[in-house]
Design a protein around this ligand. Structure first.
Ligand SMILES: *Cc1c(COP(=O)(O)O)cnc(C)c1O
Length: 389
């Protein structure tokens, strides 16, 4: 069975060492030493000034919206995980969807202005698959209309934009450290801001608004995270460069093996150091995508329609039709991508897909039976030999 993703797990004895230290200290949560250590190490790794470790990526979004005091309408993307829209609605604001760019699948800045009304307070955009939005264009619009900008950067661990962590952009950026993400703490997330006042406010909000033992200076919630999750993060952070390298290799292998597929891939931002968080394939037709999905499932390869459907069709929102997002979300499929995937797994997956496409071209199928992609790729992908990555 090949799932769409597998969580990275560190060596169990490394995790156990941290667990023993927790037992010795008997300090389980509430800003403990491992949480502090993780926050410090993450700041160093990401080369970023401020960060708050929180319980998950959804509460990170909620805290960001609350801390910025957003009300009324928030312009957002219909092509994201449901948590992006949910957090807007949960905070009592109205999501106003703006369609996505046909090439990047991120919110289309050219369509934002037409959606701004006197009630608009912010833009909440997702860097889809870890590929940054058109940050400059969005900031320019936000400045002109005095809007706040939040980036849902849940896919972006390790991504850099213009040589800086992408988490450094927007009034607030948020991320998720959920088990399915590139870097994870089992459950977890973070908020980022460059503004010290906003940081202080979010730090208070994360901890019930506690400002000293008997003082409450803010409305707060429980957005803390704990020592056990921090321990997992500390273990995983040691391996992150290797994880990112493997994902890059695997992605290049896919691109090369699928060069003749009737499909395309998101256009990556030019100012980008990418983290290869997902391997999305936009098929030319929904029919071909569905046939591939089925054929792969028959061989116990499980992909994911991510994201589907368009968030503008959720039952608790109202929105005009989003034609680009609708079309992309119907045709897109994320192929399996995780650190222990082998070259023979990739051969299997890519051949199933190409066979489906070429079902009425027996000569092509015959050729597929003989071409062993790994041999073609040998010099570039030496790291993938013998099925081991
Ligand atoms: C995973 C994800 C979230 C939510 O993160 P959780 O930690 O699961 O709450 C939000 N937005 C996007 C785009 C995501 O992929």
């Amino acid at each position: 069975m090949i799932p769409v993703t597998k969580p990275f797990l560190p060596k169990v004895n490394e995790f156990e060492e941290y667990i023993h230290s927790i037992w010795e200290r008997q300090w389980l949560t509430n800003n403990g030493p491992l949480v502090n250590e993780l926050e410090l190490k993450l700041k160093n790794y990401l080369e970023i000034k401020h960060l708050l470790f929180v319980s998950n990526g959804t509460i990170a979004l909620q805290i960001a919206i609350k801390a910025l005091g957003l009300t009324g309408e928030i312009i957002t993307t219909p092509f994201s995980f449901v948590a992006t829209t949910n957090s807007i609605v949960w905070e009592g604001c109205k999501p106003v969807f703006v369609d996505i760019d046909e090439e990047t699948f991120n919110i289309d800045p050219k369509k934002i202005e037409a959606a701004i009304t006197p009630q608009t307070s912010a833009i909440l955009a997702t860097h889809v698959y870890g590929n940054p939005c058109d940050i400059d264009a969005i900031q320019e619009i936000a400045d002109r209309y005095s809007l706040k900008v939040i980036y849902d950067a849940a896919h972006c661990f390790g991504t850099k934009y213009k040589n800086k962590s992408v988490f450094a952009y927007g009034d607030v950026s948020t991320t998720s450290f959920h088990a399915t993400k590139v870097f994870h703490t089992i459950e977890g997330g973070a908020v980022f801001t460059q503004c010290p006042d906003l940081l202080k406010k979010m730090a208070l909000m994360r901890n019930f608004g506690h400002d000293g033992p008997d003082e409450f200076s803010e409305l707060g919630i429980n957005g803390k995270n704990c020592e056990f999750h921090a321990a997992m993060g500390l273990c995983n952070l040691k391996e992150i460069d290797e994880i990112l390298d493997k994902r890059r290799l695997l992605s290049f292998y896919y691109w090369k093996a699928l060069a003749n597929l009737e499909a395309r891939y998101p256009k990556l931002n030019e100012n980008l150091d990418y983290n290869y968080a997902y391997f999305p394939v936009l098929f030319d037709s929904e029919d071909l995508m569905l046939r591939c999905l089925k054929a792969l499932e028959n061989e116990k390869v499980y992909c994911r329609r991510y994201f589907y459907p368009s968030l503008s069709t959720l039952p608790f929102v109202t929105s005009p039709h989003m034609p680009v997002c609708d079309s992309v979300s119907r045709r897109i499929l994320c192929l399996p991508l995780y650190h222990t995937l082998t070259s023979s797994d990739l051969d299997l997956i890519t051949r199933i897909i190409l066979r489906v496409q070429n079902y009425d071209r027996p000569a092509e199928i015959e050729r597929l039976n003989h071409v062993i992609p790994i041999n073609n790729l040998k010099p570039v992908f030496a790291g993938l030999q013998n099925g081991a990555v």
